[in-house]
Design a protein around this ligand. Structure first.
Ligand code: GLV
Ligand code: MN
Ligand code: MN
Length: 435
């Protein structure tokens, strides 16, 4: 999955620049990163796990949004919330066109790490500080964005803010989204003080953007293994979410003979094992990470087991084979236990091949003065940059994660590497927006 673009040496990109002491250029990106990171860190943190619960339109998300607005205003940037609830901070005239946009998201998965999303947003503000400190003049408008509900933790669909904007989620589809308590997305937006009436595709907004670059913590160990601090994304695997509803018959756990049971948990459990097998066969991944059981009593045979499958593969054919194989196995297990099975594809994102010209440009910018290498990495993780890549040129920078762990409190990145990411992003924005 790893190839190198730009430069030829073996030192990591931004290695010198990344230590805030020795290589610090005249800008102030490193120290402003530190301050912002510290201020954002307590918001939505679950003290029991150390992970984050920043779910779309909840109090923690609103606190993150307030933080974003403060950062924009403290820098004198033009602040706006678009029709889909995404936040924007503008330097220059948004209407001028050919804008260079950077940013990511601030929401989290249940008990997620601190970096997935926030690293990109904080680094964006820090990169702007860095460029201002360097006295860079911009020929194009520059914007920082916080896309709403990237993880889909509350309503089940990932990248809601960018999907709506790009027209990949219809207004009707958005109205059908509900959380675990039955609250719909529009009602949740309304309760949070946002008007949901205008949600929907926003082509005019996207037409004013010339390039979108998202910086993100790496969700794997490729950079750790290659010894690089920063990489460039090459592609995102096709991926999707499927809901499996196994329906049986509730009955007494003590008095119902095994032969008389229609227990959906058995078919579900066998399906989980089949998912592992099919994924192994195809060199793909398949995960049942969320489950709902009714009536959910210790001493009752379940009437319903609902499991959500997340599956991803390097190419479409492999993904189809994996999901097809899992569904076939599930149907046969269900039949043998007298269980009714419904399988619904809840979301799907096709393979993303990031814009080659922009990717090469990033490689040139980052390799230019230093003759250093920048690994190009594929990833199985979804991103707003992937959603927008069908409409506008997009690119991603990854920052080394020493454990590779993500979507967990153990997600991490060294501060030096984060600063290397800020400086790399600053170089990229300078290269793209100052001429
Ligand atoms: C988002 O992070 C995803 O890949 O599910
Ligand atoms: Mn994520
Ligand atoms: Mn993310």
């Amino acid at each position: 999955m790893t190839q190198h673009v730009g430069g030829h040496g073996d030192s990591p990109v931004g290695a010198e620049a990344s230590s805030p002491g020795a290589g610090s250029p005249p800008g102030s990106g490193g120290s402003s990163f530190h301050t912002m990171w510290r201020d954002l860190l307590p918001i939505g943190r679950n003290p029991a796990s150390g992970g984050y619960r920043r779910f779309a339109w909840t109090g923690a998300d609103l606190d993150c949004r307030a933080w974003f607005k403060e950062q924009a205003e403290a820098r004198g940037l033009g602040y706006e919330v678009d029709r889909n609830g995404n936040q924007w901070a503008w330097l220059g005239d948004p209407a001028a066109g050919d804008a260079v946009v950077t940013g990511s998201h601030l929401d989290s998965v249940p008990d997620g790490g601190a970096f997935d999303g926030p690293l990109g947003v904080v680094s964006s503000f820090a990169a702007l500080d860095e460029l201002r400190g360097r006295g860079v003049r911009f020929a194009k408008p520059l914007a920082i964005v916080n896309f709403g509900d990237e993880e889909g933790a509350r309503f089940g669909l990932a990248c809601v803010g960018s999907r709506l904007t790009a027209g990949q989620l219809t207004v009707e589809g958005a109205h059908r989204l509900t959380d675990g308590d039955g609250v719909s997305l529009p009602r949740a937006m309304e309760a949070a003080g946002y008007d949901p009436d205008g949600i929907g595709a926003d082509p005019e907004r996207l037409a004013r953007i010339g390039a979108f670059v998202e910086l993100h913590v790496e969700q794997g160990r490729a950079l750790d293994l290659s010894g690089d601090r920063v990489g460039i994304a090459s592609a995102i695997w096709p991926h999707g979410r499927w809901r499996f509803d196994f329906r049986g018959e509730a009955n007494h756990a003590g008095t119902t003979r095994l032969v008389d049971r229609r227990d959906p948990m058995l078919s579900y459990a066998e399906t989980v094992l089949a998912a592992r097998r099919e994924a192994e066969l195809a060199g793909a991944v398949a995960t049942f990470g969320k489950i709902a059981v009714e009536p959910n009593g210790v001493n009752a045979i379940p009437s319903l087991v609902r499991g959500w499958l997340d599956s991803r593969a390097e190419d479409q054919a492999s993904l189809d084979a994996v999901v097809g194989g899992i569904e076939k196995a599930a149907r046969s297990y269900a039949e043998s236990h007298g269980i009714d099975l419904d399988v619904v594809r809840e979301s799907f994102t096709p393979v993303v091949e990031f814009d080659h010209a922009l990717r090469d440009e990033l490689g040139r910018i980052l390799g230019k003065d230093t003759d250093l290498t920048v690994p190009a990495l594929g990833t199985g993780a979804g991103h707003d940059a992937g959603i927008l890549s069908g409409t506008i040129p997009t690119a991603m920078l990854f920052v080394r994660n020493p454990t590779g762990v993500s979507h967990s409190p153990a997600e991490s990145a060294a501060e030096d590497d984060c600063v290397a990411g800020v400086l790399a992003l600053a170089d990229v924005l300078e290269g793209l927006a100052s001429r």
